[in-house]
Design a binder for this molecule. Sequence first.
Ligand code: ARG
Length: 657
Amino acid sequence: MATTTYSLAELETVFAGLSVETPIPQYSDSDVLHNPLDLCRSYLADLLCKVAECKPATAYRSIQWPNNIFGGDLTVTLPKLRPGVKPNEFALDLMNKFPNDHSLFLLPMLDGVHLRVFIVSETLSRLFLPYILDRKTTFGSHDTPSFDGLRKKLVVEFSSPNIASEFQGKHLRSTIIGAFVSKMHEALGWEVTKLNYLGDWGKPIALLKVGWDKFGNEDAYQANPVGHLLDVYHQIEELFQPEMVASRQARDEAARNGQDEGEAQLEIENRGVYAERNAASKELEDGDEEALAFWKRVREANIENYKDFYAELGVEFDEYTGESQIKPETMAEVEQLLKEKEICKESAGAWVIHMQDYGLKAGTAIIRDRTGATTYLLRDLAAIIERSRKFEFDKMIIVAANDNNMHFIHVHHILKAIGMEHLANKVQHLRFSEVSKMSEKLGKGYRPQAIISHCEEAIAAALQTDKEKAEMFGCPAESAKALGVSSLVTHELSTRTASTHSFDTCAMTSFKPGTGLDLQFWHAKLGEILAGHAVAKQLSDEDYEALADDNPANLLRILVQYPEVTHAAYQSLEPAAIVTYLASVTEQLAECLSENEEVIEDGVDPFEDGVGAEIIPKEDTANDEAIAPGFIALYEATRVVLENGMHLLGLVPYANV
Ligand code: ARG
């Protein structure tokens, strides 16, 4: 059974064998070759057409996926099937007409305005166990978005740390969410380009240059380039901080007096570190050789360091671009459009856009500051235009924390104002909550690698607390590294993107369902159980019947939902949906195994069906005699789903071999 490649014809042969009517009904929204529930939806829609006497499209649209198996395998929303009906009467009528010996569906249950539909367990295993085992690594993925026969192009921009300062919690979360978004789209057939848009230009780099001239030390740099640069940055930041506070106070004071910019503020900014920073920024913008050589050195040292960290996380980029890489010609092009259309106005030496004229209630967007330097905003406007020309993308997703919200709202409205609405609509800012408390835990001056070491230490401690489970992972020192990364990645993806999120090593290193440690544990456990067992080519009727008991049947019903879950996560861009789902898989697997282990340990036939009745207590048995063939197939299918889900999240299933 593991050797078939399920085509429509082969599916129909299986159906015919189960006395389900063929050919398989065709619905345009249905993807029967990739999604088992779509197959059931199509049959249910056909059945509803007959019993409710409605149009096929109406019937199909009335069927939903209930999110968890306890509400049925599918639900029918009665008012969608026939608007304005009294659900009770309508349901009664439908149920009277519903065949009570259907080989695919049990008689539905009425629940409010819904009919809850359950698939017949025996059919479920006969149909879908081979389906999952046949699809293997592709189960849950499919080629959707073809466009005139071409694959659609997606650009994902993520991580994007600022090279002058530490890699923050928000950059970590962006890295992990961005990698997920990329994998998810690849699995669904998009051509994906991954960009890292470094914050490698502008005032922070200029400040670092001022710091380097005061505190830089070549020997210290050679010994630890990124570490020394961070030291230098903190030293100059300390000197700069009071000036910045004073300048802000002066600006607020001026604003209270109804002025845009006051004398007092200018005076502060024209001396001290402020003035030095502005001068360094001008040198950079003007292409001063020494300033550029410094910037290049800092950039390269950081990229090398990031690459090392990303490799530990298993993340790769197609391109390291950054604010510094935006061409002056493209920025000039944007400015020209803005000036021609009189969108951008001069104000106290700076070029600004009053956003109340462009679809927002208030706000001023700065295109060039009063020192003549380009801004983050101007660079982003130009970056989007450059990328659209270079990659000809159908869609671009920029994964950046909530602190960028207003910025991207400005970007969107300005692109619209300059006549690029079409482009603006292709760009999505995937925002997420930035609270992390990571810097509090790691202190100042950490390199990103410290994040992983911190998790590794927490894992090593967690493995001490549950020695029995820890045994599954073999050598603690070796496993701590792999498990540290898994725990971190899963934790970052486990809360909805908009929910507050913290860097909580305690939560991330527990064995609770849905943690990286838990997923890895059950994956390893399946490896142990299945070692030496091959899935049988053909299962007998008894094998299938054994799987009709609640625990195995529920496990399979959960597995069958996987393509539905990936599709929902793809549409919502919420990886947490996959984490929650995988937690339900491991919980149900645990139920199944504990029932099985109990009986195995007691030395009785687990299925009370005579099959595998020679089961003997665990200690005395060779692995291969303890599990019935149906269960081997079920556990293998569970491993397929667990692995596919883990890969999608960016985890490498840990193998203790
Ligand atoms: N470097 C920015 C930050 O640290 C994130 C960049 C977001 N992307 C962009 N195209 N502006 O917040």
